[in-house]
Design a binder for this molecule. Structure first.
Ligand code: OSB
Ligand code: MG
Length: 368
């Protein structure tokens, strides 16, 4: 298939539930959509998961626009591609900028699946017709509010509860949740808010039977995580530290984690995500699919990826209604009792709602 054109839209969508991490609160999702078109008029869609501000990684919506316009789109435009794995090769001379890369790569995967009349899940080698999902709950100032949120999501049937922690809002917060909900599958995500100096506090979390603690230490570290893992019984899960299969191999060899959160954008696309999945399967390391407050398009890619067999733990891909009054796909992603049914239509399996997309588009560029 030949890449005849690429369209980039800058989107702005207001979140119905603002999300607070150790860095601050996100009210508005500012992201990009990429559409790639082949010579037969088929279209594939991808989403950039970078944020406006570089708190989670160094990428931002603006750096993605720059990388796409000046380097990544020129590298694929007019090219004939047999399989999406080739996109990685076109991008190989360009360092990092994984979220920008993944925007196009994901769109090419959707295009490829549509062209071959299969679902994206099938194209990836997925095996499940439904996936298990958990929920990620932001920081609340008042523990009562957090407990109410936890209860609400347990009642909705989500398969595990993840809460954000930060220094000063950690052990007592987790204790409060455990007291109220002794058996709920529970985990904590620190988004790199701690250092090894906090090991004593982190070790106190061992008493609460957490499924894992996600990214307690620095976003670019795997050495101190290995030291911490040796001192803790709770499995460490890495998120921010893992950008590639190579990062994964090094972290696993060092013993920096026992679980990996795979985010398609963070690792530069579905091809790399699949490689990490396969490596972890061979090493007995469980993986799950993280989230980046995606619209339905990014969400659909997450659902497809999660159908691979070693996604053994519930992911963060909640239903569309978690963040959106109105999503940009039809039907929306629905989580029922903690399960999402994987669509079997071609490509990402959900129709793009072009009216909704136009309504949330604030800028648009077409490259041919
Ligand atoms: O660390 O997993 C994270 C949201 C934004 C940035 C980073 C993270 C998160 C979440 C929420 O935890 C995931 C989601 O609900 O999409
Ligand atoms: Mg995380």
């Amino acid at each position: 298939m030949k890449i005849e054109s690429v369209t980039i839209r800058r989107m702005s969508m207001t979140m119905k539930n603002p999300f607070t991490t150790s860095f601050g609160t996100i009210h508005q999702r500012d992201f990009l959509l990429a559409t790639v078109q082949d010579e037969l008029g088929n279209e594939g869609w991808g989403e950039s998961v970078a944020f406006t501000y570089p708190w989670y990684s160094e990428e931002t919506t603006e750096t993605c626009i720059h990388m796409l316009r000046d380097f990544l789109i020129p590298a694929v435009l007019g090219k004939t591609i047999e399989h999406p794995d080739e996109v990685n090769e076109f991008f190989a001379p360009i360092r990092k900028n994984n979220m920008a890369k993944s925007t196009i790569e994901g769109a090419v995967w959707d295009l490829y699946a549509k062209r071959h009349d299969m679902s994206l899940a099938e194209a990836l080698g997925g095996e499940r017709d439904h996936i298990e999902v958990g929920i990620s709950i932001g920081i609340e100032e008042r523990v009562e509010d957090l407990l109410a949120n936890v209860k609400g999501f347990i009642d909705e049937g989500y398969k595990r509860i993840k809460v954000k922690i930060k220094p000063g809002q950690d052990v007592e917060v987790i204790r409060a949740i455990r007291n109220e909900f002794p058996d709920v599958p529970l985990m904590a995500d620190a988004n790199s808010a701690y250092t090894l100096d906090d090991a004593e506090v982190l070790k106190e979390l061992d008493q609460f039977n957490l499924m894992m603690i996600e990214q307690p230490l620095a976003s670019d570290d795997i050495i101190d995580h290995a030291k911490l893992q040796r001192q803790m019984s709770t499995p460490i899960c890495l998120d921010e530290s893992i950008h590639s299969l190579e990062d994964t191999r090094k972290a696993v060899e060092l013993g920096s984690c026992r679980i990996i959160n795979i985010k398609i954008g963070r690792v530069g696309g579905l091809t790399e995500a699949k490689k990490i999945h396969d490596y972890c399967a061979a090493k007995g390391i469980d993986v799950w699919c993280g989230g980046m407050l995606e619209s339905g398009i990014g969400r659909a890619h997450n659902v497809a990826l999660t159908t691979l067999p070693n996604f053994t733990l519930p992911g963060d891909t909640a239903g569309s209604s978690r963040y959106w009054d109105q999503d940009i796909i039809k039907p929306e992603v629905v989580a029922e009792n903690g399960y999402i049914t994987v669509p079997n239509e071609a490509g990402i399996g959900y129709k793009t709602d072009i009216e909704a997309i136009d309504q949330f588009t604030v800028d648009k560029w077409v490259f041919r």
